[in-house]
Design a protein around this ligand. Structure first.
Ligand code: ADP
Length: 304
């Protein structure tokens, strides 16, 4: 499998790399595993071919739901795009996909052709979510592990992601089947961003997410503390309505970087509900300034 030469972020270079034309001797997709069927070998090659065209794969994790993980994933992806990167956003939150709503893509269905699915375009991002395939928003997905793994594999292997600088993957809360499948299928993940809220009950779960990353050898890019205080829209005073600093303390304790904290801003919730990334539509919010600082660290990965 051919390794892409590192280019400055935003450099658009159409790739024609395929496993057949590749000369990378160390690629695991070059040789068939013992006992592997033709179909499994072909699938593995196709997956590798797609992944080779994506320079950086970043998973966004959280210990608990409702801490703003999808909000961070969406706005991180949009910010990277605004900085000139080619970005994909993959929602593997199979039981509660919120990316279609947050990206203003509800009731849209991706098209397919010859075994490929075409991601939807929003804010210049390539977006894919299981939510696009649910017949009704109230539909509950009741799947066990292997079925989830199959769906995630399809999203990585059969979606026409093209050449990307970043693929941001929004994973459901916890350390279950979905983040495990993503990390195993991708193999070499660039890193994980872990989102938490400041209270102790949420922050202690960050430890589990960090341990999960360590066991899977996924580098922790850092911890983001969301809903860290409330900025009054009238006077700009920051009130720590939830106990703050929990995320910071745990990051220090566990020896991983702390990326920063984002305050509560009612504009964020409105933007999410209306399918507008707040980083674009609430440019004057203190939360946007904080997120921009956080993103600088991640964007630097693309420019390294
Ligand atoms: P998760 O993915 O962790 O379940 P979401 O990203 O879906 O959480 O966010 C849950 C809710 O909280 C959403 O309605 C979102 O708009 C809102 N929200 C997230 N972060 C903030 C914030 N900093 N200020 C205000 N509302 C926020």
């Amino acid at each position: 499998m051919k390794k892409e030469r590192r280019q400055p972020a935003g450099h658009v270079q159409p790739s024609t790399s395929t496993c057949d034309s590749c000369t990378e001797a160390s690629c695991s997709a070059r040789t068939r595993n013992a006992g592997e069927s033709d179909r499994d070998f072909e699938d593995r090659r196709r997956l590798q071919e797609r992944l080779c065209r994506i320079r950086h794969k970043i998973v966004v994790l959280s210990g608990k739901g409702g801490v703003g993980k999808s909000t961070v994933a969406v706005n991180l992806a949009v910010a990277l795009r605004l900085n000139g990167n080619r970005v994909g956003l993959l929602d593997v939150d199979i039981h509660g996909p919120s990316i279609p709503t947050m990206m203003g893509l509800e009731n849209r269905t991706p098209q397919g052709d010859q075994g490929q699915l075409f991601p939807l375009d929003a804010a210049g991002l390539k977006v894919m979510s299981l939510g696009f395939f649910l017949r009704h928003p109230d539909e509950a997905v009741i799947w066990r592990g292997p079925l989830k793994m199959g769906a995630i594999k399809q999203f990585l292997k059969d979606v026409d992601w093209g050449d990307l600088d970043f693929l941001i993957i929004d994973s459901p809360p916890g350390t279950g089947d979905e983040p495990l499948s993503v990390c195993q299928l991708i193999g070499r993940m660039d890193g994980a961003v872990i989102v938490t809220t400041p209270q102790r009950v949420a922050a202690v779960d960050v430890r589990k997410s960090i341990t999960f990353c360590r066991e899977l050898k996924v580098p922790v890019i850092g911890v983001v503390e969301n809903m860290s205080g409330f900025v009054c829209p009238h006077c700009g005073t920051l009130t720590p309505i939830l106990r703050s600093g929990g995320g910071h303390r745990i990051a220090l304790d566990m020896g991983v970087p702390f990326l920063g904290s984002i305050p509560i801003d009612p504009q964020i919730a409105v933007c999410c509900d209306e399918g507008r990334p707040f980083i674009q539509y609430a440019a004057d919010s203190p939360a946007t300034a904080k997120l921009q600082e956080i993103i600088r660290t991640i964007d630097a990965l693309g420019r390294a």
